[in-house]
Write a protein that binds this ligand. Sequence first.
Ligand code: M6R
Length: 596
Amino acid sequence: MCGIVGYIGNQDVKETILSGLEKLEYRGYDSAGIAILNGNGINIYKDKGRIAHLRNVVDFGVKGTVGIGHTRWATHGKPNKVNSHPHQSSTKRFTLVHNGIIENEDALRLEYLKDTKFESDTDTEVVVQMIQKFVDEGQEVPLAIRYTLTLIEGSYALAILDQENPEVIYVAKNKSPLLIGKGEGFNMVGSDAMAMIHHTNQFYELHDKEFAVITKENITIYNLFGMTINRDYYIGELDATDIEKGTYPHYMLKEIDEQPFVLRRIIANYQNEMGQLSMDENILSAIRQSDRVYIVACGTSYHAGLVGKHLLEKVASKPTEIHVSSEFVYNTPLLSERPFFVFISQSGETADSRAVLVKVKEMGYPTLSITNVKGSTLYRETQYQLLLHAGPEIAVASTKAYTAQIAVLAILACKVAVTCDIDMLKELSIAANVMEALCDNKELYDQLARTYLATTRNCFYIGRHVDYYTCLEAALKLKEISYIQTEGFAAGELKHGTIALIEDNTPVIAIITQEGINLNTRSNIKEVKARGAAVITMSLKRLSSKTDQIIIGDVHEYLAPLVSVIPAQLLSYYAALHRDCDIDKPRNLAKSVTVE
Ligand code: M6R
């Protein structure tokens, strides 16, 4: 979702901010803008569209050593030039960029800004107008900002410029992510480390309801009462080369290809000196003491959670429930006596999941996050943490984080079990080899996507048991990047209604990885074929039949979801490619969904 970059130092800011915004493009956005502050005042350039377009709008002749930039994912008001950030107060003294949602904007307008003429339809403009109002009433700027923040309800990451003080960027945060980057003779601010990693690897976290004053030499963090907070910076582990595409045409393809390597890295990271799988004993004993695990997640992470539930119940005999975060928070189920909560999130920033976390922490229950981003909100705010070690995932469509989540959940299940019946280390290593073989066979998926998916209006994935979970993830992957209307379906459910949608040449992709359901799913394949469907079948080698188009190397049946998703990811990729879609940045979507 929205991204923020700011810089204050001795260099001209334009390129630093524009390239920082490009590093945040993966988050998803529909418009962008920058503000440059210099001795002559503020210069603002903004418009609907990509950063590449913004580069044409910016006047490169204008110089300045202080600036802020923004990518906007529209929530309040259409994506257009006027609603793009930065926004200014009526006098133009204050300029601000914002990520988040001001929930009480209507009440604030009524109470404080009755006479203010607004330029945009955004909630954001309320904030900058209120700062101006309180300054006009005689408050010092930092106090006016802090006072405004105490009146706001909702989420915000803010970067603010004051035309009358070009030596400072003010920043603040509540619920939405924001990091401060510490440099030599300059300082930066960004929605995440990727926007700053080419300039610094030293970062200060800003916590909720904190405010900071940043000059080129100093960073001072305050709470909203104006008390200084002492905090050490940390060294970011992100490698600048990890966020480049290299020779790949798209991040998604690069990230699909990285999966065998990520799986091996997970195995290495969760091993002790004796070469055995190992995990933090505190986490394992907390889960063992609980009477039920509740997994909470969204989207692809939810699908990984479905597999996680299966693993925890089968491998560790631990009763497990899985819930969609956005439902759980407002419709909380009856909980067991000793619940243990697991939050799965690639970004660690998903607002829906965080809302659940806040709620269950208030109830006093133990919480674990499984995330890819050390230091992210969920990572920081949960009691226990497990990392995915997948490296930055930049394509909006999640691929390597999904398989990493399943792998970490498999290790967790194995370690929670009193006795683990499978040699998880060996089986994961086999899965990594199978993944590699699948990734090496791209022509097949390219060809199948060209034949079956290049022009179709809709598509179905069908499967039973854990293959059904893979179908849900496969369908999400296909629809989000190729815009083909796709449903993931429990194969046995088709005949209860959905089979009515099967017409001549409707693509149906069947997944078979579990011995117990092989024949049942094959019966369902016959049913849809009889109604004209164009079927692609993928199966594990030991369950395959001569006519199956995609054969997946054999793996332990518990780990089949780790490998069966790879053909689906590649089919989605090539379908989107043949349909000329913007693969890494699909329309309307954001990588990091930081609003509820
Ligand atoms: O960062 P998270 O894992 O919490 O994100 C949750 C979903 O928004 C995410 O998995 C989304 O469904 C994927 N980008 C889809 O590929």
